[in-house]
Design a protein around this ligand. Structure first.
Ligand code: ATP
Ligand code: MG
Length: 427
């Protein structure tokens, strides 16, 4: 036998037990987003590479080293598996002119791809729920998006997720801060790691975002962007905080919160937990007022966030939650040719009235079929031999509780099974 091929490192199969958890999560998420008036979007997974270099910025981890890019083998076009959803979402909105009659609240969910070092909570194919409000200037919408997160954690029964916020101000404010920051970092150049030394000229703000613990002290003492904010930026930031206070939602201002993507301005926020080890950010977002114009649209403000589904589900299971296996109501066992045809009909008929039914496939003795029925978790076995088939009847056998096996006609089958499952009072 030849060797079994393995999936690409950092790209995971989601097997049935886990996939059922995902489905439950996804249903909750859909309801939650509907509750806020957000509408669904689905964008392609592959986009022109240029979309991301333009949107995310050349000097970012993502564009520098994390993108899965390749050339279309027919026309040589440069393509990339999307590393995030905001750029695609904005592209789609502009392409279809969705902002022509006012602002839009949109969301999407799906796989993202980044060539990172795989570890717990960090994968090469991972999944996000992305939420974008396009055409809104805030700060009300910023605050609402932040508070949306809080409601989802409640809906999921998750505890211990804390809110950090910051303001990145506007480009001119960041430019003034940058001058002082560069001078400061230059003075301490010898303490910078290789990545940071390289970024010193190109993108010093990103150095504050470092995950290198050795540089922690240095970064903490660096000039803080918030001290460079002008009146309008401060007012926006205070506006967001006023809404959060009104809602009674505690938060922490983290001056080092600068986000990994270039397109953010003003409000940035993260939801973090200390229960997942190093990969503790489950949700992150903020305002990106310049992106729509940068991608060729009429200037319009916008705000959004994305959450990492793997991390949220890890936390969800960590905190002792699990899904119940979906129940099979009826397992249909049968033997003989006529019985098989009868069984097929019986199974469909039961599905017609809403039962979940597993029809035995693959033959075998009644004894082995009953073993399968038991393993399936079904509540009832419907047993059909040629005898039953001839009489247009079915033998109904409760599998989970003591109860009489009974042989009934098709006309009362659903009713009989209903009584076995739900009790007499269901009539
Ligand atoms: P990090 O700082 O952890 O690298 P990021 O700033 O790159 O995160 P974003 O681009 O803001 O992350 O993505 C939003 C969310 O998506 C993150 O907060 C996280 O929950 C999740 N996420 C990002 N990258 C990965 C990954 N490689 N594997 C799993 N989840 C991820
Ligand atoms: Mg990252």
């Amino acid at each position: 036998m030849s060797q079994i091929l393995q999936a690409i490192r950092g790209m995971n199969d989601i097997l049935p037990d886990e996939a059922e958890l995902w489905e439950q999560f996804e249903e909750l998420v859909r309801d939650w987003l509907r509750g806020y008036g957000y509408r669904p979007m689905r964008m392609p997974i592959v986009e022109p590479t240029q979309l991301f270099t333009r949107a995310i910025g050349e000097v970012t981890d993502i564009v520098e080293k994390e993108m899965y890019s390749f050339e279309d083998r027919l026309n040589g076009e440069k393509l990339t598996l999307r590393p995030e959803g905001t750029a695609s979402c904005v592209r789609a909105v502009l392409q279809s002119n969705l902002l022509y009659d006012g602002p839009r609240k949109l969301w999407y969910m799906g796989p993202m791809f980044r060539h990172e070092r795989p570890q717990k909570g960090r994968y090469r194919q991972f999944h996000q729920v992305g939420v974008e409000a396009l055409g809104y200037a805030g700060p009300d919408v910023d605050a609402e998006q932040i508070l949306m997160g809080a409601r989802l954690w409640d809906d999921l029964g998750l505890t211990g997720i804390e809110l950090e916020i910051n303001s990145l101000g506007q480009a001119e404010e960041r430019a003034r801060h940058r001058i002082d920051l560069m001078a400061y970092l230059e003075k301490h150049r010898s303490q910078l790691d290789a990545d940071s030394q390289r970024r010193l000229q190109t993108n010093p703000l990103r150095i504050l975002d470092t995950k290198n613990p050795v540089m922690k002290e240095l970064v903490e003492a660096a000039p803080k962007l918030i001290d460079y904010l002008g009146e309008a930026s401060l007012k926006h930031f205070e506006g967001v905080q006023a809404w959060l206070k009104d809602a009674g939602r505690p938060y922490r201002i983290n001056p080092r919160l600068v986000r990994g993507l270039d397109y953010y301005n003003l409000t940035v926020f993260e939801w973090v937990t200390d229960q997942l080890g190093a990969q503790g950010t489950v949700c992150a977002g903020g305002r990106y007022d310049g992106l729509i114009e940068q991608l060729g649209g009429k200037p319009a403000p916008a705000c959004g966030f994305a959450m990492g589904i793997e991390r949220l589900l890890a936390l969800w299971t960590e905190q002792g939650n699990s899904v119940e296996k979906p129940a099979t109501d009826v397992y249909v066992a049968h033997q003989g040719e006529q019985a098989a045809r009868h069984a097929f009909k019986v199974a469909e008929r039961l599905r017609d009235v809403g039962f979940t039914v597993q029809l035995h496939c693959g033959g075998g003795s009644f004894k082995s079929q009953m073993k399968r029925a038991d393993a399936s978790g079904a509540i009832i076995a419907a047993i059909i031999g040629d005898d039953e088939a001839q009489a247009n009847e079915v033998t109904v056998k409760p599998l989970r509780e003591a109860g009489e096996q009974q042989r009934v006609g098709l006309d009362v089958l659903a009713e009989t099974i209903g009584e076995c499952i739900f009790g007499q009072e269901s009539e």
